[in-house]
Design a binder for this molecule. Structure first.
Ligand code: ATP
Ligand code: MG
Length: 584
């Protein structure tokens, strides 16, 4: 004998009539596709009025309690979406909601919380949830399904966990976790879920995008062909980055990693690039300082800051880079070029490790879960240059990784090095020697960017990398020898000048033509006789000279993006003119 499927109907004051029961049974029979459904009727004053029918994990809510819940969700929407100071406006909006309110009768899959803590909740009773689905708790908190097991699901919480307790109801929403997107986000500071943090009020969204999306396929892409100029001489000349590339910035703490990313954002002014800076697990004061720099330099006008500071729960730190990427994809799909900085992915991996351990996934090397590689690869694969048919937009990613004592061979650094198209390696020793930015020329590389470098830059940069490498080697050899021959002396002097030229203060990006002029001048050995101490001053003066008195050369370079022999000659002539006039 098969047992009937039991449904429980709860009511408060008036038991349902036979006719109502028959209707309900019909609905259930259709839903579960069987006819042997038995409805047990129970009285429960907490329902308030109307009925709640539950069968297996599904619930039909025709009650006052459900009405109250739905109305509360609507109110919450009004509250969170409108950080408005005008009370009158809020009241009228609420009134509108009450007037238009209509009880929606839908079946929902409901479970109860069996364990909660540290931003994680385990839920019993939900059987059909999918990975990444949004779960809503009775107190209005939302969470995302992160783990699906035989007997329960694990959920990361996007909010406070102190109002969720054992037994709290949790409801499926059938919606993928995502963030609001839209042009109005430009210039704003938001949290990992897209809510404003800058006190400038509501952000008008024009859509909703899932945070986890598959990366564009091979057919949808084209190769990198346009430069993403950082304005930093040592990077643009030797390790050029292209739009759509992923270039890792890696180094110990306090070696200027963030500074390189921020200077790159500052350099995008007027270049029609939208920048997104994702701060993960950093101190709030550091993020505040970065925002201040961006605002001061006018870079915030085309930048979005997504911030999830160290004090925020691990789930929010975990989701932040994906939210930033969802926003970036929105702009890329519109045909725009986007630069996204993840600062930093080491802390992201740590947040993910915390979540995974709490979800009781088995720890592997360095206690990271086995899929920590996939954590970053699925994020960074989303950086791409779309084909012209798809609008030709791009996402350039600058992930940042912090190393311990320069060890690039530990777990997370090697993972991210293998996913990206190159790395800029910053070194503490260089940094303290005063070589800032502290780019280690030997260990840094850019594997695709040179395809996107302008012809002018390619010709001008020439042998600078080799020269520098030679210089460093020779400097070590000749450290203790006193009688050097003329050529060695010359090479050493040239190398010293090169090193000095690559030093660049913060917030002083160089335009492409300025970099080319410097490179041509130093390549023609016009700087070798200048005392090293005076190089910085000389460089600044030379650039001003060109920008004011030789603007035709500058314009020609920017226009043609090429360095013809004739332009090269005129640059050298102008440098000679400047040198003799200034007495160098
Ligand atoms: P953390 O590990 O704390 O995130 P970081 O590697 O991101 O540090 P930054 O915060 O960018 O490093 O820089 C550290 C310090 O070095 C800052 O005070 C910054 O002003 C200084 N600095 C960085 N680059 C330069 C530069 N090119 N010239 C002068 N000072 C610099
Ligand atoms: Mg930093």
């Amino acid at each position: 004998m098969t047992t009937n499927l039991i449904a429980i109907l709860k009511y408060a004051y008036a038991a349902p009539s036979e006719e109502q029961l028959e209707k309900i049974r019909n609905i259930l029979c259709n839903k579960f596709e069987r006819r042997d459904i038995e409805i047990q009727v129970e009285e429960d004053p907490s329902v308030g009025g109307g009925f709640i029918v539950s069968c297996e994990n599904f619930e039909y809510d025709w009650s006052d309690l459900g009405r109250a819940r739905q109305l509360r969700t609507e109110f919450n929407n009004v509250r969170t979406k409108n950080i408005v100071s005008d009370t009158g406006k809020i009241i009228s909006m609420l009134k509108e909601k009450v007037d238009d309110f209509e009880l929606r009768i839908y079946d929902r899959e409901v479970g109860t919380v069996s364990w909660v803590g540290d931003g994680i909740a385990n839920i019993d009773g939900i059987d059909h949830a999918f990975y990444g689905e949004v779960i809503e708790f009775d107190d209005g908190t939302k969470g995302m399904v992160q783990d699906i097991r035989d007997d329960h699901i694990g959920c990361i919480l996007f909010g406070n966990d102190n109002t969720i307790r054992q037994g709290t109801r949790a409801v499926r929403t059938y919606q993928e976790a995502g963030v609001p997107v839209g042009d109005a986000f430009i210039g704003r500071v938001i949290d990992a879920l897209g809510a404003p943090l800058d006190g400038l009020g509501d952000i008008k969204e024009s859509g909703y995008r899932a945070v986890e999306k598959a990366a564009p396929g091979i057919i949808e892409r084209q190769s990198v062909n346009e430069p993403m100029e950082t304005g930093i001489l040592s990077i643009d000349t030797m390790f050029p980055i292209g739009r759509g590339q992923r270039e890792l910035i890696i180094g110990d703490r306090q070696t200027g990693k963030t500074s390189i990313a921020i200077d790159t954002i500052i350099n995008q002014k007027g270049k029609d690039v939208i920048c997104i800076y994702v701060a993960i697990g950093q101190k709030a004061s550091t993020v505040a300082k970065i925002i201040q720099t961006l605002r001061k330099t006018g870079a915030l006008d085309y930048t979005i800051v997504v911030s999830s500071t160290a004090s925020e729960p691990a789930p929010l730190q975990y989701i932040a880079p994906y939210s930033g990427t969802a926003l970036a994809e929105y702009f890329m799909k519109e045909g725009k070029d986007v630069l996204i900085v993840y600062d930093d992915l080491s802390k992201h991996a740590v947040a993910y490790r915390a979540i995974s351990l709490l979800l009781e996934r088995s720890p592997g090397r360095e206690a990271y879960p086995g899929d920590v590689f996939y954590l970053h690869s699925r994020l960074l694969e989303r950086a791409s240059k779309l084909s012209s048919e798809l609008g030709g937009g791009s996402i350039t990613a600058l992930p940042i990784i912090e190393t311990q004592a320069g060890d690039v061979s530990s777990y997370i650094p090697t993972n991210v090095i293998s996913i990206t198209d190159g790395q800029i390696f910053l070194e503490s020793d260089l940094f303290f020697e005063g070589m800032r930015p502290a780019v280690n020329v030997g260990l840094s590389v850019s594997r695709v960017g040179s395809a996107a470098q302008t012809k002018a830059m390619k010709k001008a940069a020439g042998s600078i990398r080799v020269d520098l490498a030679q210089y460093r080697e020779m400097a070590v050899f000749t450290q203790f020898s006193s009688d050097l021959d003329e050529t060695t002396k010359k090479q050493l002097a040239h190398g010293k000048v090169l090193m000095e030229l690559l030093k660049q203060p913060l917030e002083h990006p160089l335009a492409m033509h300025e970099q080319v002029i410097i490179l041509v001048a130093v390549g023609a050995k016009r700087l070798d006789s200048i005392p090293v101490k005076k190089i910085k001053q000389y460089k600044d003066k030379l650039i001003t000279f060109f920008n004011t008195e030789k603007s035709d050369i500058c314009e020609e370079l920017e226009r043609s993006k090429n360095l013809s022999d004739q332009v090269k000659r005129s640059i050298i002539e102008a440098v000679d003119e400047f040198n003799s006039r200034e007495g160098y």
